[in-house]
Design a protein around this ligand. Structure first.
Ligand code: 13P
Length: 263
């Protein structure tokens, strides 16, 4: 028990910022964090640009030795072949992506991705040495019908059944009703579900895996509410959408230790 988990603040840009805008953004973000003497050992910061930005972002981070990680927003369950429009985990690995988001609710909703596909994509990411950020979360209807943790726990269980105890992965709890709505979950709601998710990891993959696995909260996270989430024992960071597109706001979220304890 008691493994220290490095918090992760992750910016999911969704379909925003082209590769030129990405370069300007990442540069400004790095300067902002450097000016604030931010340490990536204390809080890891990662950006998740669209596929077409990844090469530019990778090159900038490597050339300037920026203390930022980058990841992709999706990948194919397949490694190569006749899958028009798909992106292999091998390509992400070749672009030094540390992470890949899998099973975001927007992909589940608009691209009909089910739990079985999310599990296959998670295994594909691990096969290529890219850490999956597996998203789970309930809709408002699920919440009313099944309560807070039932749906996210069931979604995660399908993925966990395919993993081994040494798997390196991140879980993101994103209630669908909180995404882009301006109405975040309360810190207590987030803690309740994140703790149920950790218990599910412990049950399937053991206490050690559960102890070291980071669980993020996502859904209308801003600099004004991050501290409340980070004060919860089972919340290890945030997956940020809208607020990750504003350099000052995202930088302030990443610097949450300065405002934890002030809520
Ligand atoms: P918002 O922060 O815009 O609510 O989006 C959350 C999200 O979907 C991150 O993946």
């Amino acid at each position: 028990m008691g493994v220290a988990r490095t918090p992760l603040i992750a910016g999911n840009w969704k379909m925003n910022l082209d590769h030129l805008q990405a370069i300007a953004f990442v540069q400004k973000l790095a300067w902002s964090l450097r000016d604030a003497k931010h340490s990536s050992n204390e809080v890891e910061v990662a950006v998740f640009p669209p596929f077409t930005d990844l090469r530019s972002v990778q090159t900038l981070i490597a050339a300037d030795k920026l203390e930022l990680a980058h990841g992709a927003q999706d990948l194919s369950a397949h490694d190569s072949g006749a899958y028009t429009g798909e992106i292999s985990g091998a390509f992400l690995s070749a672009l030094s992506c540390r992470y890949v988001i899998i099973g975001h609710s927007e992909r589940r909703q608009y691209h009909h991705e089910d739990d079985a596909l999310v599990a296959k994509k998670t295994v594909a990411a691990l096969r290529h040495g890219v850490t999956p950020v597996v998203c789970v979360g309930e809709s408002a209807e699920d919440l009313a019908e099944h309560g807070p943790s039932a749906v996210p726990v069931a979604q995660l269980r399908v993925v966990l059944d395919e993993l081994t105890t040494d798997a390196e992965f991140v879980v993101a709890y994103e209630p669908v009703w909180a995404i882009g709505s301006g109405q975040a979950a309360t810190p207590e709601q987030a803690q309740q579900v994140c703790s149920a998710l950790r218990a599910t990891i412990a049950e399937t993959l053991g206490d050690d895996t559960a102890d070291r696995t980071r669980i993020l909260y996502g859904g209308s996270v801003k600099s004004g509410n991050i501290a409340g989430f980070m004060n919860q024992s089972d919340v290890d960071g945030a997956l940020v959408g809208g607020a990750s597109l504003d350099v000052d706001e995202f930088s302030a979220i990443a610097r949450f230790p300065k405002h934890v304890g002030t809520v």
